[in-house]
Design a protein around this ligand. Structure first.
Ligand SMILES: [Zn+2]
Length: 454
């Protein structure tokens, strides 16, 4: 499937925040919008979530977990979060036709979002306003940050780029422009081709003997993860942090902003809530690639129902996206850390997800690293994350990336759930991109300062 730039531009991206009111963006950076878009801002071409509710269920007993599991398929639960432990809570999207049956389950719940469609319309409208200015400003960009640019190039200052969310096409242009601009320290690479033939494109930065791999948007709807990965890339390239020069001698970074581009494009063109990749499975679209890694695959915390949002796929590594990343990690010597960025829930997690018994160096190495990272993160904006192993911190999840990486010999693998804790969920306002980037950079550098290296 080929998508034109026009299609992407019309539907792309979103920002709940009024981006121009943030202190980091001046209105002068964007000329008046030019009239190249339709006036309609409705989501007519998108799947509708009218009257879909998002509820938070407080899990109070094993019996309630059983009820949730039994009804996941019949009531088409879409788990927005995954903490299905007694004493925890889990956020679930429920379609209107199933809501009365959900109520009859007599679970303890509160409603987070009355009508998901309203949230998505607001997000879309705010984003269109940003996109209009963004598109118009492209024509006026000739030289920014001292770099001479041709008309139409999507290279802009970091403050402008991180003021809003972007189309897939603009992300590609952004990445290529970084690689070109910083060619003395950066080059391109790809983990492989997706199911629909897109590249899992990345940027390699630095010359050190220790490899660090990280990526965003394994789950398509978790847009903040791409922006945060790009923020970390920007920090490594521009080196405003005085430690960066040392990092580039000690480490080589391999960063992929969009690990699941097929799914990401779906969220920008037809279904904002799409989580999986684009493989067709029994009439339902997509495999949950983060339940598809060849590590204790199908050992709990994943679904065999192709329509479920945590569908594990027909076999381990049946999804090219997970298989490519796994092969990439395995082929590379001396990977001292791997980070798979997700949202939302504010968690910094380490293996395992398939078992409640953590790895042998959990107490001596993995847990202290994760705890140090969340403390460093909290120091920036006061935002609290929780550190722990996947199984006990959220939920059993077999076939996940961090488990695979650990068993493949990666020193310190992490699965991170970024902001927030449910107020906006996947529709995190654009004015939280830079704060999220800054605090994640603090956590990231704590890890870089404390990794066991060669
Ligand atoms: Zn995720």
């Amino acid at each position: 499937m080929r998508l034109s730039l026009t299609q992407l531009s019309l539907t792309a991206v979103v920002a709940l925040a009024v981006v121009l009111s943030t202190s980091t963006v001046s209105t002068e950076a964007f000329p008046a919008p030019i009239d190249r878009r339709p006036s309609s801002s409705s989501l007519v071409s998108f799947k509708s979530y009218d009257q879909h509710r998002v509820v938070r269920v407080k899990v109070q007993s094993e019996e309630q977990i059983k009820i949730l599991n039994e009804n996941e398929g019949p009531l088409k639960f879409d788990y927005f979060t995954h903490n299905k432990n007694v004493g925890g809570h889990i956020d679930i999207r429920i379609a209107p036709e199933n809501f009365s049956r959900f109520q009859s389950l007599n679970l303890n719940y509160e409603t987070l979002i009355e009508n998901l469609q309203t949230v998505l319309e607001n997000e879309h409208n705010e984003n269109l306003a940003y996109q209009n200015k963004w598109e118009a400003s492209k024509n006026n960009r000739v030289s920014i940050d001292g770099v001479d640019l041709k008309e139409g190039t999507a290279f802009v200052s970091a403050a402008d780029w991180f003021a809003g969310y972007h189309s897939y096409a603009d992300h590609q242009t952004w990445l290529n422009t970084q690689i070109k601009t910083y060619s003395s320290i950066a080059s391109s690479f790809s983990a492989g081709q997706t199911y629909q033939g897109r590249s899992q494109a990345g940027i390699k930065i630095g010359n050190g003997p220790n490899n660090v791999v990280f990526h965003g948007t394994q789950h398509a709807r978790e847009w903040i993860s791409t922006m945060v990965v790009e923020y970390l890339i920007t920090q490594l390239l521009t080196g405003s942090d005085s430690r960066v020069a040392d990092y580039l001698n000690k480490y080589t970074f391999y960063a992929i902003p969009i690990m699941n581009p097929d799914g990401f494009v779906i969220t920008q063109t037809s279904d904002r809530m799409h989580r999986k990749n684009a493989q067709s499975n029994g009439g339902c679209l997509g495999t949950d690639t983060n339940r598809n890694w060849d590590s204790h695959w199908d050992e709990g915390g994943s679904s065999s129902n192709p329509c479920a949002d945590d569908y594990m796929g027909p076999s381990a590594f049946s999804s090219p996206e997970a298989k490519n990343m796994g092969a990439f990690l395995k082929s590379m010597p001396n990977v001292v850390s791997y980070i798979d960025f997700h949202s939302y829930s504010q968690l910094w997690m380490v293996p395992y997800g398939y078992t409640g018994t953590p790895p042998s160096n959990y107490d001596s190495y993995l847990q202290p690293l994760a705890s140090g990272a969340v403390n460093a993160l909290a120091d920036v904006n006061g935002v609290q994350f929780t550190a722990g192993d996947i199984y006990n911190t959220i939920y059993p999840a077999s076939g996940n990336s961090a488990d695979y990486a650990y068993d493949a010999g990666v020193g310190a693998p992490f699965a991170v759930e970024l902001r927030d804790t449910g107020d906006y969920g996947f529709s995190l306002p654009a004015n939280q991109i830079i704060p999220s980037g800054k605090e994640t950079w603090a956590a990231f550098t704590y890890i870089l300062d404390n990794l066991q290296t060669n």
